[in-house]
Ligand binder design. Structure first.
Ligand code: FES
Length: 98
């Protein structure tokens, strides 16, 4: 299965995941929590990331995800809940929530 690279800024850490893997898969790749996942079900807002490149690579934004991001105030720019994304190509993100 092909690997795709997820790059986390500003550190520039690159993690390779099998195509289509949920972003929660990075937890198995490093000992450090690169993205602060909480509920892993799109309900807590702990994992908000800004997509800097490759937004198409992260799959479609579900309407419930979009509504929740709006509730959290992340309406300007290109924000996603990392726990609701899968990696289908290379992408670059920045963690904004903690
Ligand atoms: S981990 Fe809770 S919304 Fe993503």
């Amino acid at each position: 299965m092909p690997l795709n690279r997820l790059t986390l800024m500003p550190e520039g850490v690159g993690i390779d995941l099998p195509q289509g893997s949920p972003l929660t898969g990075i937890e198995n790749k490093t000992s450090e929590p690169l993205i602060p996942f909480g509920c892993r079900s799109g309900a807590c807002g702990a994992c908000v990331v800004e997509v800097l490149a490759g937004s198409d690579a992260l799959g479609e934004t579900d309407p419930d995800e979009a509504d929740f991001l709006e509730d959290l105030g992340w309406t300007e720019g290109n924000y996603r809940l990392a726990c609701q994304c899968s990696l289908w190509d290379s992408a670059t993100i920045r963690v904004v929530a903690s």
